[in-house]
Design a protein around this ligand. Structure first.
Ligand code: AMP
Ligand code: ZN
Length: 112
């Protein structure tokens, strides 16, 4: 998707503050954080929203949900966090590349 801002981030055409990167998934801090910690987890392959989800996406979506708490803990959110997936215009989605927001203010202090 040439015009998709998150595809541009995946390609490296737009910079991001990276949280996590593998062959399939990318996580980066939200440019307008709504809390002390606020980052996005996205599939590298473009998909508009959860409205397009099919059975074949189950492993990818499952990986995203399993990865979210690991990354949240790495960002200091040891006591929990919010996950938000805005879906479609009716769900308030603004960037039409599927993403999970991971958001939290209860950040554990770094020990040592
Ligand atoms: P939504 O589509 O409503 O779930 O939210 C889109 C989110 O993407 C908003 O929280 C924006 O702050 C965030 N956002 C937009 N552009 C960028 C960017 N270049 N880097 C990081 N986050 C972004
Ligand atoms: Zn995209």
């Amino acid at each position: 998707m040439d015009d998709c801002i998150f595809c541009k981030i995946v390609r490296g055409d737009i910079p991001c503050r990276k949280v996590y990167d593998d062959g399939e998934l990318l996580a980066f801090h939200d440019i307008h954080p709504a809390a002390k910690v606020h980052f996005m987890l996205i599939p590298k392959t473009h998909m508009d929203s959860l409205l397009e989800a099919e059975d074949s996406h189950a492993p990818l979506l499952g990986r995203m949900l399993v990865l979210a708490p690991r990354l949240a803990r790495e960002q200091g959110l040891n006591n929990g966090f919010r996950t938000v997936i805005n879906t479609g215009k009716g769900g308030g989605q603004e960037v039409f590349h599927l993403h999970i927001h991971i958001i939290g203010d209860d950040v554990s202090p770094v020990v040592g």
